[in-house]
Write a protein that binds this ligand. Structure first.
Ligand SMILES: C[S@@+](CC[C@H](N)C(=O)[O-])C[C@H]1O[C@@H](n2cnc3c(N)ncnc32)[C@H](O)[C@@H]1O
Length: 272
C-alpha cells in the first residue's frame, strides 16, 4: 500500500477538483463532444442527434464483443472455477450517456456486472440515475442482471489506488473506453492508463479479457488538429497495452464510423 504524505494528498485533491470542475462544465454544454470547428453551425438538436448516432455505433460494437465473450465464457466455465466470483464490465467516461444505452442488459447477457467510472460529479449523478433505471427494467426480464456499481474519480488515480475505491482490476473482463482516451489530461497519463489496463489484460484467464476503445486515431485522421483532445496512433495504444500486459496483444476486430469530418474507429484488443 502506498502511504501518501499530507502535501501529496492535498495536491492530488486539488488536481482532482480541477479535473472535476472542467468536466462538470464540459458535460453540461449542450454542444458537448462535437468537434470544435462544427460548433458554430450546429443546433443543440443536431449535436444531440449526431452524438446519439455515434453512441449507438459504439454500443453496438461493444455488444458484438460481449456476444463473442459470452460464447467463450461458456467454454471456459466448464474448465475454470473463477466464475464463482463477480466479474465486471468497466465503462470509463459516461458523459451524457450516449454510448451507454443498453449497458446493463448487455452486461447481464455476458453475466458481468457493469461498473461506470467518471471524474465528473455531474456525469456521475446522471449515470447513477440511468444505471439504476436500466437495472430496474432489465432485472424484471433477466435474472442475470446485477445492480451496477459507480465510481466518481480520475481513472488513473483509481487504477493506482484500487483499495481506496474498492476497485479490483483483476476482476475486470471487459474495458470499454469510448471517446475517453483522447480526453485524458496528457498523453503520458493516457498511456499510463493503458499500461495499467494492459496489466489486468495480461492476468486474464484463457486470454478472453478484452479492451474496447472507440476513438479518432491518427492513422485515419492524419491532418486532424485537436483543440483540447489528444490523438494517438493505434500502434501507440497497442504498445502501451503490450507493455502493461508483458506479452503480445492484437486487434481482434475493428469497425469505422464517420463522425463529422473525423474517421472514428472502434477496436477490440486482446492478448495475441
Ligand atoms: C468526451 S466524453 C465521452 C462520453 C461518452 N463515452 C461518449 O462517447 O459519449 C468523456 C467523459 O470522460 C470523463 N473523463 C474525462 N477524464 C476522465 C478521467 N481522468 N477519469 C475518468 N473519467 C474521465 C468525462 O467526465 C466525460 O464524461
Amino acid at each position: 500500500m502506498v502511504v501518501l504524505g499530507h502535501t501529496q494528498t492535498s495536491s492530488l485533491e486539488v488536481r482532482l477538483k480541477k479535473l472535476q470542475d472542467l468536466w462538470d462544465k464540459r458535460v453540461q454544454d449542450p454542444l458537448a463532444f462535437v468537434p470544435h470547428e462544427e460548433r458554430e453551425r450546429l443546433s443543440e438538436e443536431q449535436a444531440r442527434d449526431a452524438n446519439t448516432q455515434f453512441g449507438e455505433f459504439a454500443m453496438n460494437f461493444l455488444k458484438q464483443v460481449l456476444r463473442k465473450f459470452a460464447t467463450s465464457r461458456e467454454q471456459s466455465r466448464r474448465i475454470a472455477t473463477e466464475w464463482f466470483d463477480e466479474k465486471f464490465l468497466v465503462s470509463v467516461g459516461y458523459g451524457r450517456g450516449y454510448d451507454s444505452k443498453g449497458l446493463v442488459a448487455a452486461a447481464a447477457e455476458a453475466e458481468l456486472v457493469a461498473r461506470v467510472v467518471d471524474v465528473s460529479g455531474v456525469a456521475y449523478d446522471w449515470a447513477d440515475a440511468d444505471m439504476y433505471g436500466q437495472y430496474e427494467q432489465v432485472s424484471k426480464v433477466d435474472t442475470r442482471a446485477r445492480m451496477p456499481l459507480l465510481s466518481c474519480g480520475d481513472i488513473l488515480q483509481i487504477l493506482e489506488d484500487q483499495d481506496s475505491y474498492g476497485f479490483d482490476s483483476a476482476s475486470v473482463k471487459i474495458w470499454y473506453l469510448s471517446r475517453v482516451l483522447n480526453c485524458l489530461s496528457s498523453s503520458d497519463r493516457a498511456m499510463e492508463v493503458l499500461q495499467k489496463i494492459g496489466a489486468a489484460l495480461g492476468r486474464g484467464s484463457n486470454g478472453e479479457n478484452r479492451v474496447v476503445l472507440v476513438n479518432a486515431f491518427r492513422d485515419y485522421n492524419p491532418t486532424r488538429v485537436g483543440k483540447t483532445s489528444l490523438i494517438f496512433t493505434i500502434e501507440m495504444v497497442l504498445s502501451s497495452l503490450r507493455q502493461g500486459a508483458g506479452c503480445p496483444v492484437e486487434t481482434k476486430s475493428e469497425a469505422s464510423y464517420q463522425y463529422f469530418s473525423q474517421d472514428y474507429r472502434a477496436i477490440e484488443v486482446g492478448l495475441k
